[in-house]
Design a protein around this ligand. Structure first.
Ligand code: ATP
Length: 288
């Protein structure tokens, strides 16, 4: 079964280098994958990210669930899972490397250079495009946030972290979650934190919060306000304020994503078009 062979990578074909991040399950390394080019038959070394699982016993199920969700997804705007591997110590997820790391950290560390925000619209259009692809695959992400967007380059944002994602069953447009666990409440729509309901429309709410994080240059949404008070504030109709750098038309889009009623929020298809239309190609060419 070639699919299976592709999914399971021999550990001896992986070389690990330095740590590039800390995940919930274990460290993330930069490294290399030795592989054969299927067209030319030539052996090549590909730069990859390797996510390791620290405590195999307790988290193995979740780790494998994330991997099997990701392996089905193939899109320019989604971090590609190449396969999983196992050595005596670790279970590993081998992914396409997004060299610039998380968008959140990139924005925080480079806030001086990105004040004209032209990248933000490009990244927003790419995130919306990737999310629109997830809609077509009947997938809800449930953890869309600036920390979970990775940058392959200054011109390519990719959605990552499918640890919370769920595949919607045929004919259903929502998913009801009853189990506890760590919820990123500040990114959640009211129907999610009140009733455990997740849908493409609740992902749109999180997309709005992600936009806010971008134009607020990586500030945490709702600042010091406690989780309980964030819930009260959102339920009472209050919303995040306009970040200084944010144009009014984009703030209007954020607010439309935060419509209390899920059916009144825009779709990712609309958001993708909206941001594609706002792109200043001249500016993007100069950005290189
Ligand atoms: P959390 O749930 O706390 O967000 P996690 O277990 O889902 O963590 P990730 O967010 O996937 O872990 O990874 C942690 C960090 O490792 C990221 O913030 C990023 O800096 C880095 N990283 C993860 N995957 C990649 C990748 N494919 N390319 C480059 N860097 C990566």
């Amino acid at each position: 079964d070639t699919n299976k062979e592709r999914f399971f990578i021999q550990a001896e074909n992986i070389e690990r280098e330095g740590v590039i991040g800390e995940g919930e399950f274990g460290s993330v390394y930069k490294g290399w994958l030795l592989t054969r080019n299927s067209t030319t038959g030539v052996d090549v070394r590909v730069e990859v990210a390797i996510k390791t699982l620290r405590d195999e016993h307790s988290n193995k199920k979740e780790f494998l669930r994330e991997a099997s969700a990701m392996i089905r997804l193939q899109h320019q705007c989604i971090v590609q899972l190449i396969g999983i591997a196992k050595d005596p110590e670790n279970l590993m997820m081998v992914q396409e490397l997004a060299s610039l790391g998380s968008m959140l950290h990139f924005i925080i560390n480079n806030s001086e250079q990105i004040r004209d925000c032209s990248e933000f619209k490009l990244w927003a259009s790419q995130i919306a495009e990737g999310m629109n692809y997830l809609v077509s695959q009947h997938f809800v992400h449930r953890d869309l946030a600036a920390r979970n967007i990775l940058l392959a380059s200054r011109r390519q944002a990719k959605i990552s972290d499918f640890g919370m994602s769920r595949s919607l069953s045929t004919g259903s447009d929502q998913y009801t979650f009853t189990q506890g666990g760590k919820w990123p409440l500040r990114w959640y729509a009211p129907e999610s934190f009140n009733n455990g309901i997740f849908s493409h429309a609740s992902d749109v709410w999180s997309f709005g919060i992600t936009l806010w994080e971008m134009w607020a240059l990586g500030k945490p949404p709702y600042g010091e306000i406690s989780n309980v008070d964030v819930i009260k504030l959102v339920d009472s109709g209050q919303r995040l304020p306009k970040p200084d750098l944010c144009p009014v038309n984009i703030y209007a889009i954020m607010n439309s994503c935060w419509n209390y009623s899920p059916k009144n929020r825009p779709t990712f298809a609309y958001l993708k078009e909206f941001f594609a239309r706002t792109l200043d190609y001249q500016n993007l060419l100069e950005m290189a």
